[in-house]
Write a new protein. Structure first.
Length: 187
């Protein structure tokens, strides 16, 4: 059983300290770091506390034996492709209970036709953690706005739609937003 705490935490844009403070009762960033890396044993109690802090189901924090894993063959960096120093695997991404997706039909901005964007739904108290990230915002009459969250003033979100020449849009008091956390792209 492999912990996916770090993957989920990073996908939500949270620091170790953020998660530690959200735990009930609060703990330290060092403890969360040890639980992420396996230096400290992840008990069922800790698993549930961290899942609550991350607002996910506890199963989203585990990579179970029946899930597919993909062995990493090499690392690519500025020096080129080279062998790994230790064995690494990539786990199949977990779908959080409140996730939604956006399917790209025509290329716009950094997104290409055929891309699927996975979005983590966030409530108003979590909007500040989405600053400078791409978000999907529901609008009246079944419409949506997708763009970069560039500012927040009270209940007003300032969003820069994708594409050249787009003008900033202001959305007041959306019930939720979807923050882009994963891009699925065929090559």
């Amino acid at each position: 059983m492999i912990s996916r705490i770090r993957d989920v935490r990073k996908a939500k844009g949270l620091t170790l300290d953020d998660v530690a403070n959200r735990c009930e009762p609060p703990t330290t960033a060092q403890t969360i770091g040890r639980l992420e890396t396996g230096t400290r044993t992840l008990s069922l109690d800790w698993l549930n506390r961290i899942a609550d802090a991350l607002r996910v189901d506890s199963s989203a924090l585990l990579s179970l034996p029946d899930q597919d894993i993909l062995p990493v063959a090499a690392i690519l960096d500025h020096k080129g492709a080279h062998a790994l120093e230790r064995i690494e695997n990539i786990s199949q991404p977990a779908i959080e209970p409140a996730m939604v997706a956006l399917r790209v039909k025509s290329s716009i901005g950094e997104y290409r036709s055929g891309d699927d964007v996975w979005l983590s739904r966030r409530s108003p108290d979590q909007y500040s953690g989405a600053l400078n990230r791409d978000i999907l915002v529901p609008r009246p009459a079944g419409r949506f706005l997708f763009g970069r969250l560039i500012g927040r003033e009270g209940d007003r979100l300032q969003i820069l739609p994708l594409g050249s020449g787009a003008r900033q849009q202001i959305v007041s008091d959306p019930e939720w937003i979807g923050v882009a956390v994963r891009l699925v792209r065929e090559l």
